[in-house]
Design a binder for this molecule. Structure first.
Ligand code: GLU
Length: 321
């Protein structure tokens, strides 16, 4: 079936979904990272970015929250830019773990590779792959510049979050050293873990994340800056990873009920990618038991359902600009 949507259809669906979900309660801020426990749990924002550069924003879309695990997506892209998608497949993998984001068990089970750059183990491994090898400040520059190009504006380091996370990331230390044991760390272990921790501590807004999602949906061409950030062949690769593991052990449920590949972070952000159509991001700090934002999930699902969209629908969807 061919489906034609107007800009008004999209704006109205986003606004209605935002209004409908704004009073949803439930969930709790992440508390294993002290900084996150203290973020105002009433914050809520929804952003949609279309491929012509049109952006719709509702609520707290300028609030800079911790990007956390959504940062795994841009760094996986950077590793693909620098080492090719095949290189990332060989060195890290592209499989779902079916287990929580910080699972040591997942790494023990696989024992020779960390499964995917979208869980902690694979993300630490991806940070170790970032060129130039051995130079923390140049690696950091490459990581942040790549995020800036994908979003069209720079993220900022939330120093307090970085300190909070560095003081409490014992589980990630264990993962990093196990990776070393399996020869899946491609640079200094402590440096790779520090880069991962720092990238998780970047402050980002939902409007920036929606543009990142739209850049991925647009084959690497940032619809706002009009810059081609990466080779178009990377988009289907990163989107397949987001689709298979973006919600960790609940990815199947998510895809089944929302119809859109999306990546979550314990800062309360969710970034969705609808290939060829739009990027979407929502932010609200309270999380469910698996570490996924309750309200951000609800609002993105409401939006998809109102418009009757889904990557498996078989419909040809066009947005009339
Ligand atoms: N920095 C967090 C951690 O490594 C990210 C987890 C997440 O957002 O899922 O524990």
């Amino acid at each position: 079936m061919e489906k034609i949507l107007t800009l008004d259809n999209i704006k109205d669906a986003a606004q209605a979904s935002y209004e409908e979900c704004k009073n949803i309660s439930g969930g709790k801020n992440a508390n294993y990272i002290p900084y996150l426990a203290n973020v105002d749990s009433n914050l809520f924002g929804l952003s949609v970015a279309l491929l012509d550069g049109t952006c719709f924003n509702f609520g707290d879309t300028d609030f800079k929250f911790g990007i956390e695990s959504v940062s795994k997506v841009p760094t996986a892209i950077l590793a693909m830019i620098q080492h090719t998608p095949e290189g990332v497949l060989q060195k890290i993998g592209a499989d779902a773990t079916g287990l929580p984001f910080n699972s040591i068990f997942a790494l023990l089970l696989e024992n020779d590779h960390p499964s995917t750059p979208l869980v902690n183990a694979g993300a630490i491994s991806a940070c170790s792959m970032v060129a130039p090898q051995g130079d923390s400040s140049d690696k950091w520059k490459a990581i942040t510049e790549n995020i800036t190009e994908l979003c069209g504006s720079a993220p900022v380091l939330l120093d307090e979050l970085y300190e909070s996370e560095t003081a409490t990331n014992f589980n990630n230390h264990a993962i990093a050293w196990l990776l070393k044991n399996y020869d899946r760390i491609y640079d200094d272990v402590d440096m790779s873990l520090d880069l991962y921790t720092r990238q998780c501590s970047l402050g980002i807004t939902s409007s920036q994340l929606a543009i990142m999602g739209a850049t991925i949906a647009n084959k690497g061409l940032n619809p706002v800056t009009k810059k081609q950030v990466y080779n178009p062949e990377i988009s289907p690769k990163i989107t397949s990873m987001i689709a298979s593991v973006g919600f960790y052990q609940h990815t199947g449920d998510w895809l089944y009920t929302s119809g859109i590949p999306a990546k979550t972070g314990v800062g309360g952000g969710v970034m969705g990618v609808m290939p060829g159509l739009f990027g979407i991001a929502a932010f609200a700090p309270p999380l469910d038991d698996a570490g996924n934002s309750v309200k951000a999930q609800a609002v993105i699902k409401a939006f998809m359902n109102k418009l009757g969209l889904g990557i498996f629908s078989g419909d040809t969807v066009k947005i009339k600009i």
